[in-house]
Design a protein around this ligand. Structure first.
Ligand SMILES: [Zn+2]
Ligand SMILES: [Zn+2]
Ligand SMILES: [Zn+2]
Length: 264
């Protein structure tokens, strides 16, 4: 099986269509304008030729995303940050525990692991649950900025992104980097993201936003880093897929839910 990056969800925190919105994008017939909340799937084979499925984030739309791609197994989850639109599908991974009959490793910074423990205390402190219930089994692993960790034979490099004032993580895997939810990159991240084949980067909308890149800001970073290809993600309903796609440079595209690209 070829190594693949799958855009499970490419929408901003409200998803598209947004609840009770009659704007042209929320009403669009183009399936690429329907966006679930941001998360990604990376698939590759390990040294024993076993296929491994790794999630980046667990969006509230995780169940729908998993069913769409008919996923049968989940080997690890890597987290960018603790915002609700990137986390609150976590409960549904319990089904993978049941199918595979084993815990799932999760990878995040210490602050994120602490937040998960507090928020999902029924998962991380199951002995305190009043009733025995069907809960996820997760094994926490701490990661650190700019210190690569190995997942099934591939190094993953956490890079520092600034999401407004909140420091969060992006990841470089081989020559692909995933940088959702950012308004700027740490200076060291520019060095870490040299010579990419594929850069995936936040481009929320055209107008300024305090915690996300605009389309123009994302294009400036792409111009600086010069990846062979780039994809914009975490898109708000201000952006019509077809309209923006037509205006972008030939090496830049807007992602859409379900899009799969080679992991190189
Ligand atoms: Zn987000
Ligand atoms: Zn709308
Ligand atoms: Zn966020």
């Amino acid at each position: 099986m070829p190594s693949t990056f799958t855009f499970l969800g490419t929408g901003t925190s409200a998803g598209i269509p947004i609840i009770a919105c009659d704007c042209p994008v929320c009403q669009s017939d183009d399936p690429r304008d329907q966006r679930t909340r941001a998360s990604a799937l990376i698939t590759y084979t390990d040294t024993s030729n076993t296929t491994r499925n790794i999630f980046i984030d667990t969006s509230p739309d995780l169940r729908q995303q998993v069913l769409r791609h008919d996923l049968q197994t989940l080997d690890a989850i890597v987290y960018t940050h603790y915002h609700a639109d990137h986390v609150f599908g976590l409960d549904d991974v319990r089904r993978f525990n049941a199918v595979m009959d084993r815990p799932i490793d999760i990878y995040a910074e210490r602050s994120m692991l602490d937040w998960l423990h507090q928020t999902f205390n029924y998962i991380f402190d199951p002995h305190k649950n009043t009733n025995r219930s069907f809960i996820a089994q997760l094994t926490p692993n701490e990661v650190h900025e700019f210190q690569p960790f190995e997942l099934f034979g591939k190094p993953w490099l956490p890079v520092r992104l600034m999401h407004g004032r909140l420091p969060i993580l992006g990841f470089r895997i081989d020559n692909l980097a995933y940088c959702t939810d950012c308004s700027s990159l740490d200076p060291q991240t520019y060095t870490a993201l040299e010579n990419l084949d594929t850069l995936i980067i936040d481009a929320l909308r055209y107008r300024h936003h305090p915690t996300h890149l605009t389309v123009d800001q994302a294009l400036n970073i792409i111009d600086h880093l010069q990846p062979k290809k780039a994809y914009l993600t975490h898109i708000a309903h201000d952006i019509s897929h077809a309209d923006l796609e037509a205006k972008l440079p030939t090496t830049v595209h807007i992602a859409y839910d379900g899009l799969q690209i080679p992991l190189t």
